[in-house]
Design a binder for this molecule. Structure first.
Ligand SMILES: Cc1ncc(COP(=O)(O)O)c(C=O)c1O
Length: 465
């Protein structure tokens, strides 16, 4: 297959000075569709075989899904033969990049030795020991996706306390099981008062009886949690939270917030779960737990820990996981600790996500942030950059974002224009607008980041207010 880097910059440079955003989007959509004939044909065929023409509803990109052929290093290639710098990272899972030799060797080696037994294999112990070293929790189990990990964490908090209610944060996403499909991305007219957010089902098919059990609070709102604990004494099992929010751009916890949560919840015999499915190895070698220094009762990991293979982990304190050890809560799954997943996970933790890799990522993140900020300063675009570890995003607002209500006020059109502009310029960002963020892998280099920041500078110039 012919591999080519696209460049839309010839057409972009036809937009000097200020440009109407809608016009720019329309022009970029036209370029996008015209250069992806094979994807269009695939999408039409897939419509007859796959529900909605894709394999997960969040693979539907506007104006049409992008079908990929393969990935190599820091790049991915679509079925039209176009090369992209991959900053999508498979929604934050591809920290290893693509075809990393250590992952390939681990998977190939294990495939030859058998891919499934439903009995434990030695790699599971190595992985658990390494997770303990990084995250400070002594006992681990495995699952297959972030959804399974957070589902187990919530079952466990309920099993330990014998209580039904849980608290989640407005705007946090924890996967697609019922208990957490509440107030994930509610509309402004649905959210209710800030001091008592509404419990909004995130999808059809979620029973009211379940949403009633999931209490909602704003991010960075410690008083809100105290109010709920007072309102429902002895009824709340615990709280689940993305310790650094990463499904509403990136929203960082204020100093003292996470430590305050832990103290408050423990004072009422309730538990704290960190959903580190996204932040896991990407916010740093020990995730948000390492960045913030707060170790919760339970941690959920998935995405990047498998080096691109589907796997999840649930870690806990002796006390929490004791309820698994003694059989009180049966944490089960045919594919839990699957040997292929464990082999990939071991290679990821021990050979890929090394101190040297994080140093390299830190330098690339600094390059990205500096390049983007320079373009913002030069154009006067009302935007700012937030970046943590291998992740980052442009927030198209001059104001800092403290919680989901602030995030709701941001116009998503800018992010869509940005996504398409980058795509037409040979950089694949995650497609879901302002909610998502980039991922720098261990295989990216300075030229990749330059392509990204150059595209952004051209967009910023085209949007100059
Ligand atoms: C923070 C967080 N938790 C859980 C999940 C669910 O993970 P999965 O899609 O592997 O089920 C996601 C997915 O994006 C996530 O971002």
């Amino acid at each position: 297959m012919a591999e080519q880097a696209v460049s839309n910059q010839s057409s972009n440079t036809q937009n000097p000075g200020s440009a109407d955003l809608d016009e720019l989007i329309a022009e970029q959509e036209k370029i996008f569709v015209e250069r992806q004939g094979e994807s269009r044909r695939m999408a039409a065929r897939a419509d007859r075989a796959l529900a909605g023409g894709v394999t997960s509803s969040w693979q539907i990109t506007r104006p049409q899904p992008v079908w990929l052929s393969h990935g190599k290093g820091s790049k991915i290639y679509d079925v039209d033969g176009t090369e992209y710098v991959d900053l999508h990272g498979g929604y934050g899972a591809a920290l290893a990049g693509h075809g990393h030799p250590a992952i390939v060797e681990a998977v190939r080696g294990q495939a030859a030795l058998g891919t499934h037994f439903a009995q434990p294999t030695p790699a599971a112990i190595l992985v658990a020991e390494e997770l303990t070293r990084r995250f400070g929790l002594p006992l681990w189990r495995f699952a297959n996706s972030g959804t399974e990990a957070t589902m187990d964490a919530i079952h466990l908090m309920r099993a330990i306390t014998g209580r039904d209610l849980i608290i989640k944060v407005e705007g946090c996403y924890h996967g697609h099981h019922d208990s957490v499909q509440v107030s994930v991305a509610p509309e402004a007219e649905e959210v209710g008062p800030e001091h008592k957010p509404a419990q909004v089902p995130a999808s059809t098919g979620i029973p009211r009886a379940i949403t009633d059990l999931t209490l909602v609070v704003g991010f960075n709102d410690l008083d809100g949690v105290a109010r709920l604990l007072d309102e429902y004494p002895g009824k709340i099992a615990g709280m689940i939270i993305e310790p650094i929010m990463m499904n509403a751009g990136i929203i960082e916890p204020e100093p003292g917030y996470l430590a305050g949560l832990k103290e408050l919840l423990h004072s009422r015999d309730a538990l704290l779960t960190f959903d580190e499915v996204k932040t896991g190895l990407t916010a740093g070698p020990s995730g948000a737990t390492g960045v913030t220094g707060v170790v919760p009762d339970i941690i959920c990991l998935a995405k990047a820990i498998g080096g691109g293979v589907s796997v999840a982990a649930i870690g806990g304190t002796e006390e929490a996981m004791g309820h698994v050890s003694n059989g009180d809560y049966e944490m089960v799954g045919t594919f839990n600790g699957n040997p292929l997943a464990m082999a990939a996970c071991r290679a990821m933790l021990c050979e890929v996500a090394t101190p040297a890799a994080y140093e390299r990522i830190d330098a690339l993140r600094q390059q990205a942030v500096a390049g983007l900020q320079q373009a913002i300063d030069a154009s006067g675009l009302p935007a700012h950059v937030v970046a943590v570890g291998a992740k980052g995003c442009v927030v198209f607002s001059p104001e800092p974002v403290r919680n989901f209500r602030d995030f709701l006020t941001i116009d998503d059109s800018y992010s869509h224009a940005h996504w398409m502009y980058q795509h037409n310029g040979g950089v694949f960002l995650p497609p879901w607008g302002k909610a998502e963020q980039w991922l720098i892998s261990v295989q990216h280099d300075e030229a990749d980041i330059r392509r990204f920041t150059d595209n952004f500078a051209a967009l910023a110039a085209a949007l100059r207010p």
